[in-house]
Design a protein around this ligand. Structure first.
Ligand code: ZN
Length: 366
């Protein structure tokens, strides 16, 4: 194992609209460049990992001894050569060069690249373009044949000696090390890259989905001569639920769960029970303003899990109807809603069929 890994993180991020260079931006709870370091360490493939950056003061991490941080040059190719010159004294066989702006490569890809150097002097991961590419010569437009085109990624793997010699001779600015082999008509082995291994160039590329959980609970007393509503469905039963509204414990718990996940207080804030205008309101109507907040803030529901706590009626008899109703009220796929029935061994108010309770947990994303 005489492999070295050079991570280039000294770019100026001109297209990345931010005060901070993008390699120091937090992505999935780590600075962008740390993803590459951590994967290189986990792979156990490398004797040394070299991080090339412009501003060493930006790094506050404590890294293991085999990680070396060095200052880069003006252009990408300068930084790459500085990295190569630094490792020369260790007499490396193989070197992988990687852009810190690609944090999502896999360890499997690292292994494939290193293995490929047994029979090749340069191995480059490539993927097929998803979009069609046009190019312009003078005023004429041409379509690039997608079958013959591919996009190059990093890490790129090389026999050290070959790459080092080519880098010393290089005169023009280059975008990647593969270019040196191409310009000198040398063979490159192309292997399949990874679609996930895309380059983070724009701020939008690291917009992340945020997930939140919410919990809801409700209980209402059962009284005679009232219709029973559960999840927006009328259920034949000897009693109904007492309340300012129709007493639908499922919908009320769902509303509180959603408000909880959105961090928007509780159902009482939206529907105070001392306000006459909400008297006898049907609970599906109470959902409307809640779903408006959800949509306005680009939240969407991932799933709902509901416990209905009562002796009677039996949940299994009404489960399909209730889920269908919730699915249409919430505009949510039936597969994402689960309803469980729970009795309380005839204990307490619920056990004596004097009340029905419900608890809900929901997950939403933004
Ligand atoms: Zn309620």
């Amino acid at each position: 194992m005489n492999n070295y890994f050079i991570i280039l993180a000294s770019g100026q991020s001109k297209r990345f609209n931010s005060n901070k260079p993008k390699q120091f931006i937090k992505y999935k709870n780590k600075a962008l460049f740390e993803h590459s370091i951590d994967k290189a360490i986990s792979s156990k493939l490398f004797k040394k990992i070299i991080l090339v950056i412009n501003d060493k003061k930006q790094i506050k991490n404590k890294f293991p001894k085999n990680i070396k941080i060095i200052k880069g040059g003006k252009e990408r190719s300068d930084s790459s050569l500085i990295g190569l010159k630094y490792i020369k004294k260790f007499k490396p066989n193989n070197v992988l060069i990687h852009d810190a702006a690609r944090p999502n490569f896999s360890i499997k890809l690292l292994k494939k690249l290193v293995n490929s150097l047994r029979n090749n002097k340069a191995t480059i991961p490539v993927i097929k373009p998803k979009d069609s590419i046009k190019y312009k010569i003078k005023n004429q437009l041409f379509n690039l044949n997608r079958e013959n085109s591919f996009l190059t990624q990093t890490p790129q793997a090389f026999k050290f000696k070959e790459l080092y010699n080519l880098s010393l001779k290089q005169k023009n600015k280059i975008q990647d090390e593969a270019t040196l082999f191409i310009e000198n008509n040398l063979n490159i082995k192309f292997i399949n890259g990874e679609n996930d291994n895309s380059k983070i160039t724009f701020k939008e590329d690291i917009k992340q989905t945020k997930n939140y959980f919410g919990i809801g609970f409700d209980i209402h007393r059962l009284i005679k001569d009232k219709k029973l509503y559960l999840g927006g469905v009328q259920i034949p039963f000897h009693s109904g639920l007492k309340g300012h509204s129709d007493g639908d414990v499922i919908l009320h718990a769902v509303i509180d769960g959603l408000l909880g996940a959105m961090r928007k207080k509780d159902i009482g804030t939206f529907f105070p029970d001392n306000k006459n205008k909400f008297k006898n309101i049907r609970s599906p109507k109470m959902l409307t303003p809640i779903l408006e907040i959800l949509n306005r803030n680009n939240f969407y529901i991932n799933n709902l899990d509901i416990n209905l706590i009562c002796e009677q009626p039996k949940v299994s008899k009404h489960r399909d109807k209730i889920i269908k109703s919730l699915s249409s009220l919430l505009n949510l796929d039936k597969e994402l809603i689960n309803l469980k029935g729970k009795t309380v061994e005839k204990l307490g108010l619920i056990g004596k069929e004097k009340a029905i309770a419900c608890e809900v947990i929901c997950s939403i994303s933004q």
